[in-house]
Design a protein around this ligand. Structure first.
Ligand code: ATP
Length: 415
């Protein structure tokens, strides 16, 4: 057993390791070559784990996927056009692809794909550290294949593109470079950095959906603020919107968001709202278009701009709880959370915090049916009285069920 076999075995549950051995044997029988590639190989050396495994077949990935799925009683999704398949087993996602070669008809275009060798498949990748493979065929199981010297760059902590035109072909790699650099605490290799500066304008050639995907990947990092700060300092962030900047202050908001949600992760939309805090409505709308953001996310950003303009109205230590409630209840809680974290007005912060933790959950004890039993006529009055009861509870005028019933009787008497 050589070193990588041991690393591989140590990094995977035994069932998944056995699947890799079986997949290798199936390929032996079919005359295919099988390799593990990409981030998983990189992470073997970094001692990081994940639930995604990318496999490349010199042969036909669909045949392997079908046979493996049959053997394991698993289901798989084939993509006939590119001869790839996705197989889910034991909570792991196995992406099985037929080795391919790519060329770019023009910058930012989706690549033209042809079948190729492992060597071609490694050369089409983004960075050397992501372009290593491990052989999984039985006779040389565990052998590292590293024609682009990814291992050396990993040892030196370097992000290196594979050819000078890489960022021009696909400028999403600029965001990927920043993300890996900051995730691993690496640096850009000098020529890669030069190419990034030279070609960052090609970000304009990237479609909104592809750009949004890269932003989402950054927001899903453990510490997204690191990559955002770096993207800001490289003037890359401004390609999403010219006014978008990322300050040390915003970094501290991200930390606060994590503390608030610990042990869970803060929602990605909260990070985005914090990153965009301070943009004007028109700027925020442009950013929404540039990233083709989903409706719910767009609303959170638009609401955050609207709520920022109302912060003054919330900066009052004497507001009744029902007033705080009524001013905030129509905003998404993510919007309120973003404004609470980012606002520098202590009273507004306190009121928003109180709303998020307590007020928004307050409900009257009596139901619509209870009100009918107390003699409230059917129709809109029921809803109106439930609202009045909620306000009474919020402001401490009703604490018990009986208090609420007394209030209702009182209101009925007066009307
Ligand atoms: P992680 O999921 O840890 O961020 P990963 O390396 O698994 O890292 P994926 O985005 O799943 O990342 O991509 C899988 C592999 O596909 C990468 O390792 C890389 O080799 C290749 N790849 C992904 N995107 C690109 C791209 N834009 N250009 C070239 N190669 C890419």
């Amino acid at each position: 057993m050589d070193n990588l076999t041991r690393k591989l075995k140590g990094s995977l549950p035994s069932t998944i390791f056995d699947i890799l051995i079986e997949a290798g044997e199936l390929c032996d029988r079919n005359g295919f070559k099988l390799f593990m590639v990409g981030g998983r190989v990189r992470d073997l050396f970094l001692g990081r784990a994940g639930m995604d495994i990318d496999l490349v077949v010199e042969g036909n990935a669909l045949v392997l996927a079908e046979e493996l799925a049959k053997l394991r009683g698993a289901s798989f999704t084939p993509h006939h056009r590119f001869k790839t398949a996705a197989l889910e087993t034991e909570g792991y996602n196995l992406d099985i692809a037929t080795a391919r070669r790519e060329s770019y008809p023009h910058p930012g275009a989706l690549p033209v794909i042809e079948l190729g060798s492992l060597d071609d498949d490694l050369k089409r990748r983004d960075f050397s550290i992501n372009a290593m493979a491990v052989s999984l065929n039985n006779h040389d199981f565990g052998r590292l294949i590293d024609p682009l010297k990814g291992r050396l760059d990993l040892n030196h902590g370097l992000i290196r593109i594979l050819h000078p035109g890489s960022f021009k072909d696909d400028a999403t790699r600029i965001f990927r470079a920043v993300r890996y650099e900051q995730r691993f605490g690496f640096s850009m290799e000098a020529e890669t950095m030069n190419a990034l500066v030279r070609h960052k304008n090609y970000l304009a050639s990237i479609s909104p959906d592809r750009l949004r995907y890269e932003v989402e990947c950054i927001l899903n990092e453990k510490y997204p603020e690191k990559a955002l700060k770096r993207a800001g300092s490289l003037s890359v962030l401004s390609h999403l919107h010219p006014s978008l900047q990322f300050s040390a202050r915003k970094s501290s908001w991200f930390k606060q968001a994590r503390e608030m949600f610990y042990p869970q992760r803060p929602p990605a939309d909260l990070y985005l709202a914090l990153a965009c805090y301070g943009l004007r409505q028109s700027e925020s709308s442009l950013l929404e278009k540039r990233l083709n953001l989903p409706g719910a996310t767009s609303r959170i950003l638009a609401d955050a701009v609207a709520l920022q303009q109302k912060i003054k109205e919330l900066s009052d230590n004497c507001l009744e709880s029902s007033e705080i409630y009524n001013r905030l209840i129509n905003y998404d809680p993510v919007t309120v959370t973003a404004c609470m974290i980012a606002s520098d007005q202590p009273a507004a912060k306190k009121n928003m915090d109180c709303f998020l933790r307590i007020l928004r959950y307050v409900k009257p004890a009596l139901s619509g049916d209870d009100l009918k039993n107390l003699g409230v006529p059917h129709g809109p009055q029921i809803g109106q009285m439930l609202d009045r009861l909620k306000s009474a509870r919020l402001d401490g005028h009703a604490v018990t069920r009986q208090d609420e019933a007394n209030l209702v009787k009182n209101w009925l008497g007066k009307s």
